[in-house]
Ligand binder design. Structure first.
Ligand SMILES: NC(=O)c1ccc[n+]([C@@H]2O[C@H](COP(=O)([O-])OP(=O)(O)OC[C@H]3O[C@@H](n4cnc5c(N)ncnc54)[C@H](O)[C@@H]3O)[C@@H](O)[C@H]2O)c1
Length: 332
C-alpha cells in the first residue's frame, strides 16, 4: 500500500463517488479514500447475487454517505454526479456464467448503464475525473503470455463483450467529449471483503469458504496459470490512475507478483489456512467453453505512471484468511 502522503493532497476534502461501492473492491477503495479525508458517496443496488455487503463498510457508516440505488435508473444519475470531483465506476455484474444464462441483465448493467453514466457526466459534470474497472476477460484466450494491452480483444463470454463495450464508451467519452477517463483492466483480485458465498466473483472466494469450513475444495484442471492482484494494490492502482494527468484516455492492465497454477494455489491456500484439503477433477464441460486457459498480464505500462503490484500471493492469502477467520459469518 502506498503511503498516505502520496495521495492525501489529491483527495483530502474532495468529493468522490464510487459506483458498486458496497462491493469488494469498491468498499476497500472507500476505506482508503475516507482515511485520506475524501467526502465519499457510495452508490450500490445491493443485488443479493452480487458482492455488495453492508459489512464491507463496518465502522465507516458515519464517515461516508450510502445511496442504495441502481445505476440502471438513469433518472437518479444527474443528481448523484453533480459536484463530484472523482468517479470510480465499479458497479458491475461480475459472473461469467450468469452472463451466459442471463445475458440481458449483463447487457443492462455492464453496457447500457455505463453509457447512461457517461451521458450524465457529459451533460452535468464533464470535468469529473473517471476511472473505470474493466477486466482481463476481454482478451479471451491469450495468443501469447504475458498479455499486454496490445493483445487482440476476443471475449469468450457475454460478460467480456459488455465490459469491452463499457470500456470503449469510457475511452470515447474521454476522447470526444473530454470527460477525463482511465480504464483499468483488472485481473483476478483477492483480499478481505471479496464474495465467498459462491464462485460468482472469484473461485478463490468459494475455495476459502470451503477450506475455513473444513471442507475439501475441487480444482478444475489445475494446470491453468493465473496472476492475482491483492486488493490493497488494486486500490493503489485506482488512486494512481485518478491522479496522474498522463493517464487520461489510457488503458492499463493490472497484474500480480508472478503467476501460479491453480493446483499450486490450492495447495498454498491449504498450507496458509492450516486446514482443509483439495482434489483435482476434470474441467466441467459448460465451464470449459468459456475458460481462457492460461493468463497472466504484462502490467509494465502502468508502471510508467507509478504503479506496480507489491503483494505476493502468499501474503495476499495470509491476510485474506486472517480476515475471514473473524468475519466469515457475515459473508455466508
Ligand atoms: N474482483 C475481480 O477479480 C475483478 C476482475 C476484473 C474486473 N473486475 C471489475 O471490478 C468491478 C468491481 O468488482 P468487485 O470484484 O468489487 O465485485 P462486487 O460484486 O463485489 O462489486 C460490484 C458491486 O456493484 C454493485 N452493482 C452491481 N450492479 C449494480 C447496479 N446495477 N447498480 C448499482 N450497483 C450495482 C454490486 O451490488 C456490487 O456491490 C466490477 O466492475 C468488475 O467487473 C473485478
Amino acid at each position: 500500500m502506498k503511503p498516505r502522503s502520496v495521495f492525501a493532497k489529491a483527495f483530502h476534502g474532495k468529493r468522490v463517488l464510487i459506483t458498486g461501492g458496497l462491493g469488494f473492491i469498491g468498499a476497500n477503495l472507500a476505506r482508503r479514500l475516507v482515511a485520506l479525508g475524501a467526502k465519499v458517496t457510495l452508490v450500490d443496488s445491493l443485488i443479493p447475487e452480487y458482492g455488495g455487503n453492508m459489512r464491507n463498510i463496518a465502522g465507516l457508516e458515519k464517515k461516508l454517505r450510502v445511496n442504495i440505488s441502481d445505476v440502471r435508473n438513469h433518472h437518479s444519475l444527474p443528481a448523484l454526479l453533480k459536484g463530484e470531483h472523482f468517479l470510480f465506476n465499479l458497479a458491475g455484474q461480475t459472473s461469467h456464467m450468469d452472463s451466459m444464462t442471463d445475458p440481458e441483465t449483463d447487457l443492462e448493467i455492464n453496457c447500457r448503464a455505463q453509457l447512461a453514466i457517461l451521458e450524465a457526466c457529459r451533460k452535468h459534470n464533464p470535468r469529473l475525473r473517471v476511472v473505470f474497472a474493466s477486466t482481463r476477460q476481454i482478451y479471451g484466450r491469450p495468443d501469447y503470455l504475458p498479455v499486454d494491452e496490445k493483445h487482440p480483444l476476443r471475449p469468450v463470454d457475454v460478460n467480456g463483450i459488455n465490459k469491452l463495450a463499457g470500456e470503449e464508451y469510457h475511452l470515447l467519452y474521454s476522447d470526444v467529449h473530454g470527460v477525463p477517463s482511465t480504464v483499468l483492466r483488472l485481473t483476478n483480485t483477492i483480499g478481505p471483503r471479496m464474495r465467498v458465498k459462491d464462485a460468482r466473483q472469484t473461485f478463490v472466494g468459494i475455495w476459502l469458504k470451503q477450506i475455513l469450513s473444513g471442507d475439501a475444495i475441487e480444482v478444475w484442471g489445475g494446470e491453468q496459470l493465473r496472476d492475482f492482484t491483492y486488493v490493497d494494490d488494486a486500490v493503489d492502482a485506482f488512486l494512481v490512475a485518478a491522479t496522474q494527468p498522463g493517464a487520461v484516455g489510457q488503458v492499463y492492465n493490472l497484474g500480480g507478483v508472478g503467476c501460479i497454477s491453480l493446483r499450486d494455489l490450492a495447495a498454498l491456500l491449504v498450507e496458509v489456512a492450516g486446514q482443509g484439503s483439495y482434489r483435482v477433477r476434470q474441467f466441467p464441460a459448460d465451464r470449459r467453453k468459456i475458460d481462457i486457459g492460461d493468463y497472466y498480464s504484462d502490467c509494465r505500462l502502468i508502471g510508467g505512471i507509478g504503479w506496480q503490484p507489491v503483494t505476493s500471493i502468499r501474503t495476499a492469502l495470509v491476510k485474506t484468511v486472517a480476515y475471514y477467520r473473524k468475519e466469515l459469518r457475515h459473508y455466508l
